[in-house]
Design a binder for this molecule. Sequence first.
Ligand code: FSO
Ligand code: SF4
Length: 551
Amino acid sequence: MENNMFCYQCQEAAKGKGCTIKGVCGKSDDVANLQDLLIYLLKGISLYTTEARKLGIENKRINNFITESLFATITNANFDRDVFVEKIKKALKLRDEIKEEFINAGGSVEINHDATKWYSDSVEEMEKKAKEVGVLTTDNEDVRSLRELVTYGIKGMAAYAEHAEKLGYEDKDIYKFMQEGLAKTLDDSLSVDELIKLVMDTGKHGVDVMALLDKANTENYGNPEMTKVNIGVRNNPAILISGHDLKDMEELLEQTKDTGVDVYTHSEMLPANYYPKFKKYEHFVGNYGNAWWAQKDEFEKFNGPILLTTNCLVPPKDSYKDRLFTTGAVGFEGVKHIPDRLEGKQKDFCEIIELAKKCESPTEIEKGEIVGGFAHNQVIKLADKVVDAVKSGDIKRFFVMAGCDGRMKSRDYYKEFAKELPKDTVILTAGCAKYRYNKLDLGDIGGIPRVLDAGQCNDSYSLAVIAMKLKEVFELEDINDLPISYNIAWYEQKAVIVLLALLYLGVKDIHLGPTLPAFLSENVVNVLVDKFGIGGITNVSDDIKMFLENK
Ligand code: FSO
Ligand code: SF4
């Protein structure tokens, strides 16, 4: 039987192989197919921009369009069919634009790929074409695996590049790489070795984009600092903000100031609490709830409006759909979308604020505080203490447990793993993976908390900076000689770019769970095992033993 769709880009791919009828994430088959067509056209545009760059042409509108379109196709970002139809139409227009620019500049290379030529303004034709250009059109399983590994890495890169761009930070070299990489996934002449090299280059640019976003975030909002974050509630009406976009966070805090409306973070927005510039707002109360997948229950209990600035959005329940708002790359049919900011202006969150005033205050679901804010600057300030603790043997080992959380029951593993780790170990984390253990009382070692949260998934960059610093302090040749083990949980494509970035930095023996990506073919897994010692997970006690013995 013919598949309705095929998608295997995230950890929830049906049966560990791929979603073929409807996405486990809730993505419909027609949205999945339209996303495939959009990606195909972005690759076609990239064939042109890559040649055009050689003639000195850099088209900012196209750079931004490719970046935000890739972002919209990330898992749990945009479920709205109309958005993808519009994006496909725009892609066709922009493709004409760059073709013209290229030819006018004297471009003579013949670009003969179907992705640069196919055209239709009929939605029916788009749907038909979409079924012919998906992932499975690459027959060779290993080539397909490497092409998709690169494509997903570039999607993750796009998300981070977009956040940086919103804060006024862009790096042309990152756009150049993203587009060259996309174009190369259409090139049938590339060998497997060349594709593996492209995977490594993706990792290199992953480091660059995370460094760029780190710079954008810290130069705008200060360096995250050790912070106690309230997880209880107050009695005022309030807005809950989720996702990763700090510019949206800034503007929401500014616009809610003195309105009597409080602001709370959810899931990946928690690290906003660690930034000096946000901490100064008295109506910024703290964090409400847990990782993205708990949102159905938590959004219902929150009672007030919720703003989703990026993934992960779960298809909403009717009970709160009318107080849910999306913005940026996120979208869902029937959910109000806050448009992009106009040049020199803020986004307009008025409607959300007015709605909040009419809503009840949040229902308390827990009380207390959690501690975070251990990005590179804060940890390096504590370096003496950390180094002493390692030298004295009080800290025997660090465990990087960054990445994502998800709804699969098997992710209880990470909670158990954190609980069972010896008391002389410290967990370094970033991303929503932390919610499996950040509310456990794991204690501290001489004042250093045993769970050090650097921030969002992109702040995994901070963990790499910390590792480099420790390598320097301990005068080691190789980052792998540090007492650090990597047990990473992944879910979507931002985790793919984080993983490729770590591989590029030379980190070996990373364990990835709860399952290995469906898009890695057996041969590609073997390459990753041989070259980098990548492995999966088994059970908590065997894995802890393995990590401690393999030091
Ligand atoms: Fe999580 Fe979702 Fe940040 Fe991802 S909220 S899963 S890797 O979007 O981006 O960590
Ligand atoms: Fe399935 Fe994940 Fe793709 Fe959604 S994003 S359709 S869950 S593989």
